[in-house]
Design a protein around this ligand. Structure first.
Ligand code: TYD
Length: 143
């Protein structure tokens, strides 16, 4: 398990397209855990009213899995595994970015009125955070 996590790469983060029912009254999207989201959802949080140029969520998790959805507006998610970087732009309410454990990420480039809605696999746990990039590299055996 430890070996798999330390080898997490940016290519393990995938964009998931959720069901979308188009309707002249307004569109509808839904998700069910283990069907559209590859983990049990234990927590939901959302980030909003982000001033221009500010960044959120600049860290990795030891074990937590997340799915980030731009419910409104757009934002970029910078992914970094110590070898490669990838930027994923989220701007549709019917797609989400699955972020596995042990992957450095940062949410940035929030548009006006952007809402980042995040489904998480566990409760808030500060000890699960890796907030320092050099520590992240050390955890991956890269420093
Ligand atoms: P944090 O995840 O540290 O945000 P960022 O990575 O953008 O700095 O969250 C900021 C604060 O919010 C944190 O100190 C504790 C609180 N918080 C909770 O209490 N529960 C949660 O589910 C989250 C995500 C944060």
């Amino acid at each position: 398990m430890e070996r798999i996590l330390t080898h997490t790469s940016v290519y393990d983060a995938t964009v998931i397209r959720f069901p979308r029912t188009e309707d002249p009254r307004g569109n509808l999207t839904f998700v069910e855990q283990q069907t559209h989201i590859p983990f049990d959802i234990q927590r939901v949080y959302w980030i909003y009213d982000v001033p221009g140029g500010k960044r959120r969520g600049k860290h990795a998790f030891h074990t937590q899995q997340e799915c980030i959805i731009a419910l409104s507006g757009s934002l970029d998610v910078l992914l970094d595994d110590g070898h490669n970087q990838k930027i994923v732009t989220l701007n549709r309410a019917y797609t989400g970015l699955y972020v596995p454990p042990m992957l450095w990420r940062c949410m940035q480039g929030f548009s006006t009125n952007a809402v980042a809605y995040v489904l998480a696999s566990g409760p808030y746990d500060e000890t699960d955070y890796i907030r320092d990039y050099d520590t992240y590299l050390e955890c991956k055996g890269l420093a």
